[in-house]
Ligand binder design. Sequence first.
Ligand code: F3S
Length: 293
Amino acid sequence: MPVEVAAHAGFCMGVSRAVEKAEAMAKDGIPSCTLGELIHNPQVIRDLAERGLEPIREPEEAGSRRVLIRSHGVSPQVLEKLREAGNEILDLTCPFVDKLHRIVEEGSRDGTPVILVGERDHPEVRGTAGWAHGEVMFVAGPGEAERLPEIEKAVVVCQTTFPHSRWEAILEVLQRKIRQPDCRCTICNATEIRQKEARELAARADAMIVVGGRNSANTQKLYAICKNVCPRTILVESAAEIPPAFANKDSEMIGITAGASTPTDSLKEVVTRMSELENKDLNPTAEVDTNND
Ligand code: F3S
C-alpha cells in the first residue's frame, strides 16, 4: 500500500512562528495569555494551557498579564484596548495577514468601501474589518456577490485561507458590479500551495486522509477540496481516529495532507499508523515538509 504525503503539509510559517514564541513564553515565568486560541488545534491548546498559557476570549479577561496576539491578527481597536489597559503585547500576526490589514487600511483611507471576501465570523475576517475606515461588505460566495447593489468604487480583498477557485468565481461577479474595482488577491502562499497539492494528490489517490483540527478553517477547506476529487477522504484530528479498515487493499494508494495548524508530530503519527495498519514500508519519497515557500 503506497502512502504519499503532500510535499507541503502541516504548520505554515505564520503558525510555526506563533507556536515557537508561545512555547518560549510558557517557559519564561511571566504571566501570559493568548487572545483567542493560538491555533485551531485542540492538542496544542491543551498542552499550552497546562503550561500556564491560557486562551482568553476578550481583552478585558487579560488582567495584568502579557497578551500574545495570534497569527489571525486583531483589529486596531482591540490593540488600543490592550494598550490602554497597560498590557504588554506580543503581536504575532502573520505577515500575510498584516499585509491584508495594510491594504484595507490604506485603500479605505479616502472612504472607499471595502468588500471582504471570506467567512464573516472567522477571527481573521473580523479583525481585518476593523482596519477599514469606511463601510465593509462581506461576501462568502458568488450568490452573495450577485445580491450586492451596483457600486461605484471598492477595494476587494480576501481571507488569506480562502479557496482560490471560489475567490475567482466571486471576482467574476464583482467585476460586473463595481465600476472601479481595486481587486487584490490576498490568499497566502501557504494556502495556495497546500490546496493545489492536495487537489493533485487526491486526484491520484484511491483514498485521502486530511489531518487537522475540525475547527480549523483551512483544514476543512483541504478536506472539501480532497473529498470533491476523491470521495474516500476522511478528516482526522489524530492517528487514533483512522478506522482500521480504511486501508483495505495492498494496491491502493493513500494520500495524506494536513492543515496549516497541524503539528508535524500529528502528521507523522498518521503516517506511522498507516504503516502499522499494513505493516509495510512507506513510500520512501514521502516526506513531512513544514516549509512555506
Ligand atoms: Fe499566515 Fe497563511 Fe499560515 S496567512 S498563518 S502563512 S495559512
